[in-house]
Design a protein. Structure first.
Length: 260
């Protein structure tokens, strides 16, 4: 894997020399800010209602800032990322094929796995940077006396990071199949949406089938993370998804030699 770092640096430079990454980051932060403002307003309103009703209902549970504010925010962001991350990965292989640099890249003494890992790490770095920018929100709350549980928040961000990396691995696979970036992004988006929507089909199915559908759904595995619970089953699901996406991408890259 000695050539992974040069590929990583090459892709990272390409990202920040292109306007698309700045557009996606800006759009993500704007949407995150809007959700944060709306959920914060609802939380403040709920807290005021709780304080007014506490005399009559002393046993009523107090609003939990970790669950009701940041739990809700991160769940919404996990859905937003379904729509944005396919545009992070769409160019990684498609653009190489369209511009003709793919053959040049693979003619270098570099393994397919090193190229794949370098590109995946570069897209993962961009995504992690996007997430890091949203940390200003909990810091603002903490500076104003909010009783945050950083352990719960950390679990939520870990779940969001793993989910995003899973999205990226799928996007890489579709990018390796076509030289058209829009097709690559569209296929990734449609697949991710399907893996989200099937969550709502689980309630209509029987117990066993419903449980299977819920397990397949890529969003369902966020629930425990948002509660501050790091379940090994959820971690294994995302790691398995990432491995499968990268494995299929590697097979796709190797197939070009069979066609040659």
């Amino acid at each position: 894997m000695t050539k992974t770092l040069p590929v990583f640096k090459r892709e990272l430079k390409a990202y920040f020399n292109s306007p698309i990454v700045y557009v996606i980051m800006t759009l993500f932060l704007i949407i995150a800010g809007i959700f944060f403002g709306i959920i914060l307003a609802n939380y403040v309103n709920w807290s005021e209602q709780y304080l007014m009703a506490r005399g009559r209902y002393p046993d009523a549970p107090a609003p939990d800032i970790n669950q009701h504010l940041f739990g809700g925010l991160l769940v919404n962001l996990s859905v937003v990322l379904l729509f944005l991350l396919p545009f992070i990965t769409m160019r990684l292989f498609s653009d190489e094929k369209k511009s003709g640099t793919a053959e040049l890249l693979f003619s270098y003494p570099v393994k397919d796995s090193e190229v794949l890992l370098g590109k995946f790490l570069a897209s993962g770095f961009v995504y992690a940077l996007m997430l890091a920018m949203t940390l200003i929100m909990p810091f603002i709350i903490a500076m104003h006396g909010g009783a945050l549980s950083w352990q719960t928040l950390g679990a939520g961000y870990l779940g969001l990071l793993l989910a995003g990396l899973a999205y990226l691995s799928l996007g890489l696979f579709y990018s390796s199949l076509t030289e058209n970036q829009i097709i690559a992004a569209s296929l990734s988006l449609v697949t991710l949406l399907a893996l989200w929507v099937i969550k709502f089909l689980g309630a209509a199915a029987g117990d066993q089938i419903g449980a299977l559908i819920n397990y397949i759904s890529i969003i369902t595995h966020q629930d425990n993370f948002m509660k501050g619970i790091i379940d090994t089953g959820d971690v294994a699901y995302y790691l398995g998804f990432i491995f499968l996406g990268l494995f299929l991408t590697l097979r796709s890259l190797e197939s070009r030699r069979w066609r040659a």
